[in-house]
Design a protein around this ligand. Structure first.
Ligand SMILES: [Zn+2]
Length: 217
């Protein structure tokens, strides 16, 4: 079973992917991680991709498509994949459709984690991590014992640039603008399912499983 997951940064994609994939025995394919792996593998494709990545240029769809095709053909992915970070554009979605048709693996569903901006802000703005050891904290859900200080090493807790409210607002707006065409594309194909991304990961998981006809735990 091959799936796609869409969602704004902070919508909880990572959590749902981590919960869902083991239940379905499919592999979570984050395109960012995959790109790094392919480059590190030293393959011919990896070297070609690295030529673009190392100069900060956009990797051509043709190369990304080849990477996705190789991935779908890999032994570990025969049961299916959850694609995260690909496709990002309509041409990429069309390319993926072509690849999946060739492989006889039609897409089963596209999950769109729909989340309100205010909720994303609340979730991300409280994230801090240790400057020294990198240990993550959440000021509401997982606070340190002493404010501003890492429990593990005594280092100072800092907020990442990405987690500042202005940055969150900008990324969210960019995500929506870029993703709306994809949402419409998959809606038109009756493949899109909205998952309400509130603060209940278990409910999101159960919804996804139920939708796929897999019984919840
Ligand atoms: Zn620390």
């Amino acid at each position: 079973m091959d799936l796609i997951i869409l969602g704004a940064p902070g919508a909880g994609k990572g959590t749902l992917a981590a919960d869902l994939c083991p239940r379905l025995s499919i592999k979570h394919i984050s395109t960012g991680d995959l790109l790094r792996e392919v480059i590190a593998s030293g393959s011919k494709l990896g070297a070609e991709i690295n030529n673009f990545v190392s100069t900060g240029a956009l990797v051509p769809d043709e190369l990304i498509g080849q990477m996705i095709r190789d991935t779908l053909n890999a032994d570990a992915c025969q049961n299916g994949v959850l694609l995260d970070g690909f496709p990002r554009t309509i041409p990429q979605a069309e390319l993926l459709e072509q690849i999946m048709t060739e492989l006889g693996r039609p897409l089963a569903a596209v999950f769109y984690l729909n989340v309100e901006l205010d909720r994303v802000i609340r979730r991300l703005i409280n994230r801090v991590s240790c400057q020294k050891c990198g240990r993550p904290y959440h000021l509401l859900n997982l606070p340190p014992q002493k404010a501003g200080i890492c429990d593990a090493c005594g280092g100072a807790l800092i907020q990442r640039e990405d987690d500042r409210e202005e940055t969150i607002r900008k990324r969210f707006a960019t995500f929506l603008a870029k993703t709306q065409p994809l949402i419409d594309f998959y809606k038109a194909k009756n493949l899109l399912t909205e998952v309400m991304a509130d603060d209940n990961p278990q409910a999101a998981l159960n919804f996804a499983l139920q939708y796929l006809g897999v019984s919840a735990a």
